[in-house]
Design a protein around this ligand. Structure first.
Ligand SMILES: [Zn+2]
Ligand SMILES: [Zn+2]
Length: 341
């Protein structure tokens, strides 16, 4: 299903099956996740590189269908998750394992054809993580929603001791994964924030000690009271709007971390002593290959999942409009016709 131009509906198109490069792997797509970022890409808010017609999709799991002659670690038939933050493999960041920071111009579905297709051409075997017996539909959100939230929680683990509080803003797909990671990776008490009553209930079911409605006029006071007046050791904002980041600045405690995950375009000013002493703020962008390995390992041992809503690949436009209109609970997942269901 290709995007013919910014803002246009996707169209079915027959393309030649990709052949692997010498170092590459062709993966038969079993499931492709539909991310909010895909809506931004379709709208042209974030650019697709380099041209149309384009194949979206950066959350991909599938089965190895063909390998290049130099490939050693995977074989035809292996079930794999695709790490999509493809980098050059040679620069300082890539050599340090932070390949997703190399630049978006090579990323699956953004700078290279992605997973809204029967096959995806993966440039190197290092981008594949063994999936084991994980169900493809349940597992595919791990490759972006579950990876991005994992990295964000990992960035704050050091300050989240048993006597500390994490404020987790937004209980959509990423936020739900984030609450699960907060419970599995930290000893902190987590306070969730969401305007939706249903999502606040979900947050409590996922282990939050409290869930606060940020549209209430006393939301900041309520959160600060829950932290015994100290403020949060970490605030992870999966929304990233100006409203939510303003709240983050008002509930973070001294020495606290603010992690901006959501692409809502807000900013959090940090200066000497403001919003509190020694507050640090960082953005968090997707995750690296090692972190995807960890996420998949965790999912094979613990219940790490969000709700999924499957669609035939041919119905991609319906999945996208459902997502745009808020009718998707958890993650919409596209299934190519040839994929085992
Ligand atoms: Zn995404
Ligand atoms: Zn690089």
């Amino acid at each position: 299903m290709v995007l013919p131009a910014y803002g246009a509906p996707l169209e079915p198109m027959e393309l030649p099956d990709p052949a692997p490069s010498a170092e590459g792997v062709v993966v038969a797509v079993a499931a492709a996740g539909v991310c909010h970022s895909d809506l931004h890409l379709i709208d042209g808010v974030a650019p697709i590189l380099p041209s149309f017609p384009w194949v979206l999709g950066h959350e991909i799991v599938g089965t190895v269908a063909a390998v290049g002659p130099q490939v050693q670690s995977v074989a035809v038939g292996d079930a794999v998750a695709v790490f999509g933050g493809w980098g050059c493999g040679a620069c300082r960041l890539c050599r340090a394992g932070e390949e997703q920071l190399c630049g978006i111009e090579r990323w699956a579905g953004i700078g290279a054809f992605g997973g809204y297709a029967d096959y995806v051409s993966v440039p190197a075997e290092r981008h594949l993580v063994p999936l084991g017996d994980l169900d493809p539909v349940a597992a595919v959100p791990l490759t972006d929603a579950g990876l991005t939230s994992y990295r964000a929680v990992r960035k704050s683990v050091d300050v989240l001791g048993p006597d500390s509080f994490l404020v987790s803003v937004g209980v959509g797909g990423l936020g739900q994964f984030g609450l699960t990671y907060a419970r599995l990776l930290t000893a902190a008490a987590t306070i969730a924030v969401d305007v939706s009553a249903a999502k606040r209930d979900t947050a409590l079911a996922l282990g939050a000690i409290a869930a606060v409605d940020p549209s209430q006029p006393d939301a900041v006071e309520e959160i600060r009271a829950l932290t015994h007046g100290e403020g949060a050791a970490a605030v992870i904002d999966y929304v990233g709007s100006q409203d939510t980041l303003t709240l983050a600045g008002r509930v973070v405690g001294r020495g606290g971390h603010i992690v901006v995950v959501g692409i809502g375009g807000g900013v959090v000013p940090v200066s000497f002593g403001s919003p509190a002493s020694e507050v640090s703020a960082t953005s968090s962008h997707w995750g690296n290959r090692a972190e995807l390995n960890e996420v998949v390992a965790l999912a094979r041992r613990e219940n790490v999942s969000i709700a999924t809503q499957p669609y035939d690949l041919a119905d991609a436009n319906r999945a996208l409009s459902d997502l745009r209109d808020g009718r998707v609970a958890g993650r919409a997942v596209l299934l190519p016709a040839g994929a085992p269901s």
